[in-house]
Design a protein around this ligand. Structure first.
Ligand SMILES: Nc1ncnc2c1ncn2[C@@H]1O[C@H](COP(=O)(O)OP(=O)(O)OP(=O)(O)O)[C@@H](O)[C@H]1O
Ligand SMILES: [Mg+2]
Length: 396
């Protein structure tokens, strides 16, 4: 039995040609098999740099060649350590961000024979719908893509760097400013006197375990207090003791736990917040599609899992739409959110796994050899790759 046959060779995975589904996220990659209900693995998108030997994010590379090296090593690890199947001639569906850079798409096509599917579109498939406004709250950014009758309305997309990363930097800043720690000697010190920076891993752990998204009402009262000290702020939630490395205990103030996600909702002059992105996108959609889109909001991505996030987005969208400039254009009073049948962070993967079990994989996959000849990746947003050709007409 060749080594690369892995579990397939001893019959644990008996379908030899089962399609592999990969969703490369900027923070976490989800990988598994078509037709299954969840990914086999959700792993950090990180590899060991060939030059420096340091662990680095897969998609952070100085040039295309380095990006290709990162991908080769990362995909090798995914197949041989996580999925335990033979990568040779196996079909792959890659769930991609429609708005992602084409350099990444090309680098992946150099490494795998595959089918790219747009993440927002396949996320809708998990709900069996073909119309919806899909909001992906990921790590690097939040992206909004409206889809009407299975067609992404690309002129109305929105993307802003408001995701897990923005929350982590806001958390780090607030903690260094306000948090206290107690060391082994029992002496209380400011956190900033002990460490200069907190690692992303620690910040993520603190965020997921202790932070939450506050209600619209409380947020308004906190904002008012920020600008006018005479206004009484609401009583803060309880503080939490968080054990740091060694025997140092960090006291997380309640106000930090509550304030940290406000960065996604700040209403500055440019109105750049997650709720305003949703409304801006709706305003750019054709008028007769807006109502259907507003009634079919789909919130996906790991950041949507934060406690209170979906509720807050919905209540803020409902409130914002009644004030200018949105009230001048949008006459919508009904916004509804769907609950896809998967955890928020792998809804797009599940969509890929559903599509991966259909004929589309056979009909539309791009073999690596063909990519090398043509040097282009079929693009779902490009009519050149999506018009029926003569051959199709004849065979139909
Ligand atoms: N249960 C949870 N509670 C809070 N945050 C979570 C939870 N699960 C995941 N996250 C956060 O979601 C983010 C990752 O989400 P996701 O996996 O959708 O991102 P990604 O696909 O890697 O990023 P992108 O789509 O921007 O490329 C991380 O910041 C992580 O901390
Ligand atoms: Mg993602």
């Amino acid at each position: 039995m060749p080594l690369y046959e892995g579990l397939g060779g001893i019959g644990l995975i008996n379908e030899k040609n089962i399609t592999v589904i990969i969703d490369f996220g900027s923070s976490y990659t989800k990988a598994g098999f078509a037709g299954e209900t969840g990914p086999r693995v959700i792993t950090k998108s990180e590899v060991k740099c060939r030059e420096t030997g340091k662990i680095v994010p897969v998609f952070e590379a100085k040039d295309d060649e380095e990006l290709r090296h990162h991908l080769v090593d990362f995909i090798h690890k995914l197949y041989f350590r996580n999925l335990l199947v033979n990568p040779k001639d196996r079909r792959v569906v890659v769930v991609e961000n429609l708005l992602g850079p084409s350099s990444v798409r090309n680098a992946i096509a150099k490494v795998l024979s595959l089918l790219f599917v747009p993440s927002h579109l396949v996320s809708l498939m998990t709900l069996g719908m073909n119309t919806g406004l899909v909001v992906d709250l990921g790590y690097n950014e939040t992206t909004v893509v409206p889809i009407y009758e299975s067609v992404p309305i690309l002129s109305a997309w929105q993307a802003l760097p408001l995701g897990g990363k923005a929350i982590h930097s806001s958390l780090c800043e607030l903690l260094l400013d306000r948090a206290l720690t107690v060391g082994e000697d029992g002496k209380e010190q400011r956190l900033s006197a002990v460490v200069e920076q907190l690692s992303d891993k620690v910040l993520e752990d603190i965020k997921a375990r202790t932070c939450f998204v506050t209600s619209l009402d409380r947020s308004g009262r906190l904002q008012n207090n920020k600008y006018d000290r005479a206004v009484e702020p609401p009583p803060p939630p309880p503080s939490v003791q968080y054990p740091m490395s060694g025997s140092r205990i960090l006291t997380l103030p309640g106000s930090v736990r509550e304030m940290v996600t406000e960065i996604l909702f700040e209403r500055d002059e440019d109105m750049l917040s997650v709720p305003s992105m949703i409304l801006n996108s709706l305003m750019k959609c054709p008028i007769d599609t807006r109502r259907a889109l507003a009634e079919n909001l789909v919130l996906i991505g790991g950041t949507a899992s934060l406690k209170g996030m979906k509720h807050r987005i919905l209540s803020e969208v409902r409130a914002l739409v009644t004030s200018p400039p949105f009230s001048d254009v949008l006459q919508i009073n009904s916004f509804k959110v769907h609950h896809p049948p998967a955890k928020d962070n792998y809804v797009a993967w599940l969509g890929g796994a559903i599509l991966g079990g259909t004929e589309a994989v056979v009909l539309r996959s791009l073999p690596r050899d063909q990519y090398i000849i043509n040097d282009t990746v079929p693009d779902w947003c490009n009519l050149a790759f999506n018009t029926k050709d003569e051959h199709d007409e004849k065979s139909a």
